[in-house]
Design a protein. Structure first.
Length: 201
């Protein structure tokens, strides 16, 4: 078995890859900072061209989750129907703000592309996406449930503004983390043979 030693535990890499699932429903029980730090540590070991380390993280817990809630609300307000009443707008923002409280821990992840001309911008995104995968696998190995949430609001200018992103920085998603409160979903994948071309000559 391919096993990697991680903070005193044996992790079967293939098992983690095959059995990790997106867990969208988690308990509100707090998650120890030590575990969150392990998840962040895994993220920074992702491969990245020229060692640019193009990631930034925001760990939101407790009332700190209101930062993301404000982001969702600002996006919704900017696109709301102008004919909505003040009461309707209040309900809209309240519903959006609640999205940030679906897990006890949320890690926002952004990409900060390097200015080095040798590094294509697309590779910076690839590196940060690899970091997110490392983080999801580590959360699974720690017995936590996690889901990588994205969608149009993630990339909206208002969300960038709330998180004070500048230049070419962009948000790549929000990792919601907590102890699972749902059964692990079953999943299947198309066999790699159907997606693979072998070239030997």
């Amino acid at each position: 078995m391919n096993k990697t030693k991680w903070s005193g535990r044996d992790m079967d890499v293939k098992e983690a890859i095959r059995n990790r699932r997106s867990i969208g429903k988690v308990k509100q029980d707090p998650v120890a900072n030590l575990l969150i730090e392990e998840i962040l540590e895994a993220g920074v070991w992702a491969p990245n061209h020229c060692h640019t380390e193009p990631w930034r993280f925001w760990v939101m817990t407790g009332e700190g989750r209101r930062l993301l809630g404000r982001g969702y609300a600002e996006v919704a307000l900017s696109e709301a129907n102008p004919a909505l009443s003040s009461e309707e707008l209040t309900k809209l923002t309240s519903a959006q703000e609640k999205k940030a409280f679906r897990a006890p821990v949320i890690i926002a992840v952004a990409v900060t592309p390097s200015v080095k001309p040798i590094v294509p911008e697309i590779e910076e995104y690839a590196a940060v996406h690899a970091a997110v995968q490392n983080m999801l696998l580590t959360a699974h190995e720690l017995g936590l449930g996690a889901i990588w949430r994205t969608g149009a609001p993630t990339y909206h200018p208002k969300m960038r503004e709330v998180f004070s992103l500048g230049g070419k920085e962009e948000m790549v998603g929000f990792i919601y983390i907590g102890y699972p409160d749902m059964a692990t979903p079953k999943a299947a994948r198309t066999p790699f043979a159907q997606k693979t071309i072998w070239v030997s000559e």
